[in-house]
Design a binder for this molecule. Structure first.
Ligand code: AMP
Ligand code: MG
Length: 323
């Protein structure tokens, strides 16, 4: 097989190769990856063959956008979204419970999946054109040094894969930090550019790769942001918002049009409807509400697709209290 190397002009072809079950080496900010459609078992098997990699060594699954996490993982905890929000796109891989339909071949036989959103523009563009999550280990022969330039990939993979995308030398230069959220205490399995100190701001407790427990300097700090001066809670339904409202003095209900329209004749503030509208309205709505009212009830966006960023901020405003 002839191996071709090229840049942006080969992105369409590269996406097509992945869609058709082939392999493409591509740049990321950590090291170059050797990618295949994460849901295509035969394609994934050929990664292991090209690398000479043991079958029980799991592959990291790369997605282009945080909204795609649930294409590969289930039961994703809130803190995973907070971490993606803080460190992605970037050199952090988070191990989550895998979706049942994600092949075990991809996860090295594990019921978990390592998920990463790479920063490198070419990597994300490839994922978008392939239109599937891309499973990829480092693009070296097993046991060799991870490649940080296209020519190093060529040294190991020439004749074994059809295409190498050249995106220059990898900025970070070492593999991603791997953090598992599938153990009782979150654990760093592999250290990387995202350090345990950085992670510990978001986790009350985290175990480092040597087994040492690191406790956040100020646990709960993360909940002190974005807090209105008056009490603020979130409501999981218009019914619970109405009940809470009727038990408080001078309260207000803030939410999407579809939510507040079911709150009857009470003080309400609309955030609009789309994630973009809600994002641009939320902080202003909270600021104005705290001046005028004594108690704020805000629609809960917990688990609502597309509203993760706003949910993340509101959990801090409410201290995580949902009524
Ligand atoms: P590589 O970047 O080539 O070293 O390969 C990916 C690495 O990510 C593996 O060797 C593991 O260290 C880690 N990894 C990927 N998926 C998982 C998972 N589900 N559980 C634990 N570690 C994982
Ligand atoms: Mg490797």
């Amino acid at each position: 097989m002839e191996t071709i190397i090229g840049k942006e002009e080969l992105l369409d072809k590269a996406g097509e190769i992945i869609r058709n079950g082939g392999l493409v080496a591509f740049p990321t900010e950590t090291v170059y990856g050797l990618g295949a459609d994460a849901f295509n078992e035969d394609a994934v098997k050929s990664i292991f063959i090209a690398k000479g990699r043991p079958q029980d060594n799991p592959l990291i699954v790369h997605i282009a956008d945080v909204n795609d996490v649930e294409r590969v993982a289930v039961d994703v905890p809130e803190v995973a979204y907070e971490l993606f929000d803080a460190f992605s796109p970037g050199p952090l891989t988070i191990v989550l419970k895998k979706r049942p339909d994600l092949p075990l071949t991809t996860t090295g036989g594990l019921q978990t999946v390592g998920v990463r959103i790479p920063m490198h523009e070419m990597a994300r563009e490839l994922i978008k054109r392939a239109n599937c999550p891309i499973a990829a280990p480092s693009a070296n022969s097993s046991g060799r040094i991870s490649p940080t330039e296209a020519s190093f990939v060529y040294d190991d993979m020439n004749g074994k894969i059809p295409l190498i995308l050249d995106g220059g030398s990898s900025d970070v230069g070492i593999e991603s930090t791997v953090l598992t959220l599938c153990t009782e205490t979150p654990t760093v399995l592999r250290p990387g550019a995202v350090t345990i100190e950085m992670l510990s701001k978001y986790l009350e407790k985290v175990v480092d790769h040597k087994g040492k427990v690191v406790v956040a300097e100020a646990p709960g700090m993360k909940y002190k942001h974005y807090a209105p001066v008056c009490p603020c809670v979130s409501a999981g339904s218009p019914e619970s918002a109405r009940n809470e409202y009727d038990n408080q003095d001078n309260a207000v209900i803030i939410g999407r049009d579809s939510f507040i329209s079911r709150c009857g004749n009470r003080n309400v503030v609309s955030l609009g409807e789309s994630p973009e509208e809600c994002m641009s309205a939320i902080f202003g709505a909270l600021r104005r509400a705290e001046k005028k009212y004594s108690y704020i009830i805000v629609e809960s966006f917990n688990g609502i697709r597309g509203y993760f960023a706003i949910d993340n901020r509101l959990k801090k405003s409410t201290g995580g209290i949902t009524i």
